[in-house]
Write a protein that binds this ligand. Sequence first.
Ligand code: C5P
Length: 407
Amino acid sequence: MATLNNRQILLGVTGGIAAYKSAELVRRLRDAGAVVRVVMTRAACEFITPLTMQALSGNPVHRELLDETAEAAMGHIELARWADLVLVAPASADFIARLAHGLADDLLATLCLATDAPVLVAPAMNQAMWRNPATRHNCGVLAQRGVDLLGPGSGSQACGDTGPGRMLEPAELLAAVASRFAPRNLDGIRVMITAGPTREALDPVRYISNHSSGKMGFAIAAAAAEAGAAVTLVSGPVHLDTPARVARIDVSSAMEMHEAVMSRAAQCDIFIACAAVADYRPEHCAGQKIKKSTERMEVRLVRNPDIVADVAALESRPFTVGFAAETTDVVAYARGKLAAKRLDLIVANDVARGDIGFNSEFNEVCLISATDTTELARGTKAQIARALVAAIGARFREGNPAAGEAS
Ligand code: C5P
């Protein structure tokens, strides 16, 4: 991974059991050509020794803010200036809170405040701490400020719990760091993405919806922002944090999503329709909660507008990409939709499989154009999203060689 050659990476390690993975991360960063300096908080040193990190990074480990010898050699301001990128992995709930509040009470928090370099944070904590509204709020503040939150992953935790809060694996963190230095193929390009399900109201308390989690669309939004695009994310109801540098518009129903998209479609260069939009909505939404009385009840449904097809039908249309979630004959159905909706590209995925797709952290997709089909290998949604954004950006530029230059 030559993109990290001589890149100066400052790795911050805070107090969490995932700190043992940071040792492996240092190895991987160095193998990729990076120069690594490690800053550890006091709590981090309870989990892994500075000696280990010094041996692996080949540089002295920095620990104290007010240390005469350190300040003379590489103090907090020098470290902040030295870094091409700051990665905090693992980032504890406490550190995320301190960063969100702009505290400068130890070396790591201080240099995060002082640096102009991008700051990437890989949260690692117990699932209840991750779900806590205080942590959710702090992460939102950081994302708004342009701090990239990498993960966390979900699964079994050292404390015995299961859920979100596991630090991403070193290989995933390395890929995220490398992508920050990769050529940005969407610089100056405006991208709009739809994500998540829609809710079609039956009455004030009930609705028809689907199992879409929004994870794929949010991952694409994050990858597009990472690639330099100005991203607008039109999202149905989901439980996901807004990625850094992404403008999010929340909607509920397909009609609301249609309106949000159509009113902005003329101002975007690429439109990626990732949302699982309900095809039908109840013809009437009852004003009051429907009472049960009869044994049978009929609800008449009417067709929703097809958002991606409507965008593709615009006279001055953006480069338009759809998704096809299928359970059988995936590629054949996707090809049919590509033609019927007049799309430039369609991403096909098999939602019958339990190991990928809806609600899973993983996906495996095929990118189909009128002339060819490209299979993207199974990966996390973040990995697939980066590959998709790279491929979509390349196809878009083939047709618009000068795009983005004036912006
Ligand atoms: O026809 P189908 O729903 O399978 O097509 C899926 C693609 O069309 C996805 O890109 C989805 O976001 C988009 N779509 C849409 N508006 C609809 C239905 C689907 O934009 N009403």
